[in-house]
Write a protein that binds this ligand. Structure first.
Ligand code: CUA
Length: 338
């Protein structure tokens, strides 16, 4: 019996563990802050499991004993038994308070550790939540070096990053499960989140506070690059947009600048400098479109421009009436903005 129970326990643990690996799992930490959150979770989990098993065991034995013993009237008084019950309740209450204090201390300790930075000069990244996308800024040493991008955050592996979080419209919540817990983005109220990612890779983030119709389509990717690759990426992001090289791309840029696109988006190096929608200077270099809703590529881009409302109903990107030729040109131009 004990052998079989052990086998079941081992199988369940292995199954649960297998389900926890991955690019959006708080139980597969990729940095010290996430590891702290994850270890706190396991402390809570095992203590709760212990308490639950104990309570269930006591309940089962009480049921079994009640079946064996003869029925008693509630009016029968047995002072000895009542004294024993009183003592048991006292011990159980003390144990409950003790366990709660242990959990409280573990939780407060983890919270303190998480809010202290070990790096006096962290990399600053500003993240602003919009309905329903993420604006990401890398403030350089001088304002001309400011990099603005969207929905994809690159960070160097092994470097502490300080996220400065804000929201433009409603409350959002910044959450990259593999790297840290959630932090709410509240309009008019600045918040920070400090984390370090040690394992290069792509981790998925998600808005974790209901913020309207397209809340579920407010994803982001956190790309952890080796430091040299990150430096090259940031350098490239500082460059203005790539110039069109074919007549089709040339026409696409003209469509972009003359049409409604330029009223909402920025492309560095052109006259388009609006900030209502994501900065598109290097849009083709990102992995996804529409805040993680579509993979990046010519066909998804065409569908997105032609009819955003069928992909993200309620999104603030309007349908744009373009001739098929203009649409192809626009897709060619934007698809070249690596
Ligand atoms: Cu933003 Cu939910």
């Amino acid at each position: 019996m004990r052998g079989r129970l052990g086998a079941i326990l081992a199988a369940t643990t292995a199954l649960a563990g297998a389900g926890c690996d991955g690019y959006a799992s708080a139980l597969d930490p990729a940095g010290p802050q996430a590891a702290r959150v994850s270890s706190l979770f396991w402390v809570f989990f095992f203590i709760s499991l212990l308490v639950w098993s104990f309570v269930l065991g006591v309940l089962m034995s009480a049921i079994a004993r009640a079946r064996r013993s003869p029925p008693r009237s509630p009016l029968d008084r047995n002072p000895l038994l009542e004294r024993r019950l009183g003592r048991t309740i006292l011990v159980a209450s003390t144990a409950t308070v003790g366990i709660l204090v242990v959990l409280l201390v573990a939780s407060v300790g983890a919270g303190r550790e998480l809010s202290s930075a070990d790096d006096p000069d962290p990399l600053r990244i500003k993240v602003i939540g919009h309905q329903w996308w993420w604006e990401v800024q890398y403030p350089g040493s001088d304002p001309s070096k400011l990099v603005t991008t969207a929905n994809e955050i690159h960070v160097p592996a092994g470097k502490t990053v300080k996220f400065e979080l804000g929201a433009r419209d409603v409350i959002h919540s910044f959450w990259i499960p593999n790297l840290h817990g959630k932090r709410d983005l509240i309009p008019g109220h600045d918040a920070t989140l400090i984390l370090r990612a040690d394992r290069p890779g792509i981790y998925r983030g998600q808005c974790a506070e209901f913020c309207g119709y397209q809340h579920a389509h407010m994803n982001l990717s956190l790309v952890v690059d080796p430091p040299a690759e990150f430096a090259a990426w940031l350098d490239h992001q500082r460059a203005p947009a790539r110039e069109p090289t074919t007549p089709l791309e040339e026409r696409g840029r003209a469509v972009f600048l003359a049409g409604p696109c330029a009223l909402c988006h920025t492309v560095q190096g052109t006259a388009a400098a609006a900030t209502a929608g994501p900065d598109l200077t290097h849009v083709a270099a990102r992995g996804t479109l529409a805040s993680g809703t579509l993979p990046n590529g010519a066909d998804p881009l065409r569908s997105w421009i032609a009819d955003p409302q069928s992909i993200k109903p309620g999104s603030y990107m309007p349908r744009t009436a373009l001739s098929p030729g203009d649409l192809d040109a626009l897709v060619a131009y934007l698809g070249g903005l690596k």
